[in-house]
Design a binder for this molecule. Sequence first.
Ligand code: ARG
Ligand code: ZN
Length: 466
Amino acid sequence: RRPALLRREAVAATVPVAVAALLAGSGPAVAAGSVGTAGVGDPYFPLAGNGGYHVSHYDLTLRYDPVGRHLDGRAVLTARATQRLTRFDLDFQGLKITGLTVDHVKAEHRRDGQELVVTPRRALRKGERFQVAVTYNGTPGPVTDPDGSADGWIPTDDGAFVAGEPQGAMTWFPADNHPLDKSSYDFTITVPQGRTAVANGVLLGQRTAKGRTTFHWRQTEPMAAYLATATVGAFQVTQYTTRDGIKVYDAVDPREAAAAKPVLKQLPSVLEWESRLFGPYPYRAAGSIVDHAPEVGYALETQTRPVYDRAPDLSTLVHESAHQWFGDSVSLTSWKDIWLNEGFATYAEWLYAEQHGGDSAQKAFDALYARPATDGLWAFPPGDPGSGAHIFGTPVYARGAMTLQALRTAVGDRDFFRILRAWAQQHRYGHGTSAQFERLAERLSGKNLDRLFTTWLYTQGKPRHP
Ligand code: ARG
Ligand code: ZN
């Protein structure tokens, strides 16, 4: 969540997209049909992800020096070709590559912007499993997003804040960098003794030798690259297991500890409350990373373990936790459907308030609806923000949540909560689209909801009162 952006509207800074590059792959086609495309065809981020293969597992070995801001990395990707491939791309920006093999054989490669173009010694057959190993190093830094915000590897005074939505994963590891591709991950991260490196999933072990500590993390359930983290800092660590058997690991910057502690204590009860509403929590691990990185300006729902730029308030904790169902387990198919993440996580905040002695969701809806037609809330429809510059704008969060309240009013509480649960359950560990959500809501309620969704998701300007 971006507290700053919710107050100050995202300024449109639309970057003309390199559609030509998308259509052409990242160079002249060698043999039509056997070159993996440079993107998966996302209209907002045409170069994000790659065509021709899926990654099943990333094995990332990293060593970070927070003083010299130097990163040494080795990424081993296990993938499967979905077509014959004489050439394919990875997304990787910045760092220097010192070695690259495909199935242990050196492979030709070149850089072209964020595309790392790989030509294996021999063509890969359709359906073939293969392994890509990339060794690299340098000083990682963030990428600037179309809305002017930064994500990726963001150095801090004691380590790095690492969050990759929507593009930044490629600043620290070579990836198939689009939520369409989900994979398991292993992280082996070495940092100076006294620093902690926190990634996703379960901590398998840590050992200290010669002034350095190595942390081994494993994310078993499928994860999109943008939800990976390897945040480094001088953290205070708390570990425990909830009564549902979820392994919790909290890492907190001491400067944020006093404010964070009472909020983080609520995580088990928040996850239990959300599990009752949305169905079982999707992961075996949970926790929080509370950094001190005021320059970042947002939190991210990094899978199993959201990362916060400061001590979160309870509503923000509820928001990032709700993303574990909506956004992380049920992933986007296309960035333009971002309201399926942000509208749902914002609506979870409303529901939490409603069921814990605060305002009702209807009251939250009414307060927003009272805003004049000239307000930024009505600047564009949430189901079609128009470009990557708008994916974190107020309409996506607030009018996205209003859409769910309008749906609840139309179908009634019983069907509404059945729809939310069914959405999380039917697309668990997978993907969803707005159209699929609309069909599900119609099927479960037995109502024609075409007008409702057209009005709230796709129609420009302030809708007439439902
Ligand atoms: N998904 C995050 C949240 O609302 C926001 C991420 C913002 N990212 C960015 N690059 N501005 O929980
Ligand atoms: Zn969010």
